[in-house]
Design a protein around this ligand. Structure first.
Ligand code: TRP
Length: 383
């Protein structure tokens, strides 16, 4: 693959992603300054992930805000494919989703697609997928979503409620469309071809249950856009609104290039990693440093190519001035990679200590967040 080539699908990201080109190819809209000002009217401040253009693209976010200003509340929908442990990259859109929930005081539906992961991951059994769904839910709860307003569910567990809704979508999508959007072929298993209709369901389920249209905003990494492009096409045919979306970039791995991948254990920091793991992984990470200390002192490092610097940007330095200082000191040659890594190790360790404690506490909270039976959902809408 040449440097300028890349590919982004919901199941695989390859090459160095050109996000501006992706906006054009997918047909989404860039988040411009005017829209940021609009968001700020309601949130009063801007999350660093917005300021840093890590959330960089959207569909119909301006419409969601216009409705909100008229007193029409939206709900949030996001999800996770539980194929293994959660790593720090997964937390980025979720942390942002929590910020949105806090600022707009809205409901959140959180889909765990254990069905998807069973269908798409060769080695994963149904039991494994269900087990990961439950353990990943602990990571989600640990982030502190509002228990009264957050509904986490597994597709398999809640299938009795979701399946008839998914059928409505499936009936309106033909084989050639899924082939064109997702690249399926004659060898794809038939569950994969059906799956996107399950991912479409939470984009209208609350409207179906409430028997009135409620706008939906989906924060997600840009690779999931094909699913929602399809959902936006089909939902109006069912009498529902098109879901809006806000998209983020991929969290970089610790090695050169590409997004953080759960398949390479060494390339990512998992929420369940020990201090020793963190230290080892960060110490071995790819940086933008020069080949020798002497050279770095004189010529400086390159933060834009550095995985450690990206960690500060995405999660570990929310203060813009302090981030700028790191950048300047790196470029000026006064901050060397060893020291910069050491500081990051301390932050990640502290973050994980805190997260792991909350994750333990979440075990007692599962019942509050998890929607496991249709009955519980109907109760929600009988209030
Ligand atoms: N398919 C997603 C994944 O593999 C999981 C998912 C389901 C999702 N619904 C979503 C992600 C909504 C973002 C928004 O990770």
């Amino acid at each position: 693959m040449r440097e300028e080539e890349f590919s982004v699908t919901p199941w695989e990201v390859k090459g160095k992603v050109d996000y501006d080109r992706l906006i054009k190819e997918f047909g989404t809209d860039k988040i411009e300054e005017g829209l940021l000002t609009e968001i700020k009217k309601y949130t009063h401040d801007l999350h660093p992930l917005l300021k840093r253009k890590i959330f960089f693209s959207h569909r119909d976010l301006d419409w969601i805000l216009a409705e909100y200003s008229k007193g029409v509340k939206f709900y949030l929908y996001t999800g996770r494919g539980p194929s293994g442990d959660v790593h720090l990259g997964h937390l980025v859109p979720w942390i942002f989703t929590k910020w949105l929930q806090d600022k707009f005081d809205v409901e959140l539906w959180f889909q765990l697609t254990d069905d998807e992961k069973y269908l798409f991951e060769k080695k994963l059994g149904i039991r494994d997928a269900k087990k990961f769904a439950r353990s990943n839910a602990l990571d989600i709860i640990a982030l502190g979503f509002d228990p009264e307003k957050t509904h986490i569910f597994s597709d398999i567990q809640l299938s009795g409620l979701l399946y008839p809704q998914a059928l409505k979508v499936a009936k309106r999508v033909n084989f050639s469309t899924t082939k064109a959007i997702f690249g399926f072929n004659e060898q794809s298993n038939i569950g994969q071809i059906f799956f996107t209709s399950m991912q479409a369901v939470p984009a209208f389920l609350p409207s179906a249950l409430a028997e009135k249209n409620i706008p939906c905003l989906i924060p997600h990494a840009i690779d999931q856009d094909p699913h929602f492009r399809l959902a936006r096409d089909v939902l109006p045919k069912l009498g529902y609104l098109k879901p809006a979306a806000i998209h983020c970039k991929f969290f970089p791995g610790l090695k050169e290039g590409g997004k953080m991948s759960a398949s390479k254990r060494e390339d990512a920091i998992f929420t369940t990693d020990s201090k020793a793991d963190v230290k080892k992984k960060i110490s071995n990470a790819f940086t933008g440093g020069a080949t020798s200390i002497k050279e770095q002192r004189t010529k400086g490092g390159n933060p834009d190519k550095c995985s450690i610097f990206q960690y500060y940007c995405y999660l570990f330095e929310w203060d813009d001035e302090k981030l700028q200082t790191i950048r300047n000191e790196c470029k000026g040659g006064s901050l060397l990679c060893g020291e910069c890594k050491k500081r990051l190790i301390e932050r990640v360790e502290k973050f994980l200590e805190d997260h792991q404690r909350k994750r333990e506490e979440a075990k007692d909270l599962l019942d509050k967040y998890l929607v496991e039976h249709s009955k519980k959902i109907f109760e929600l809408y009988d209030k």
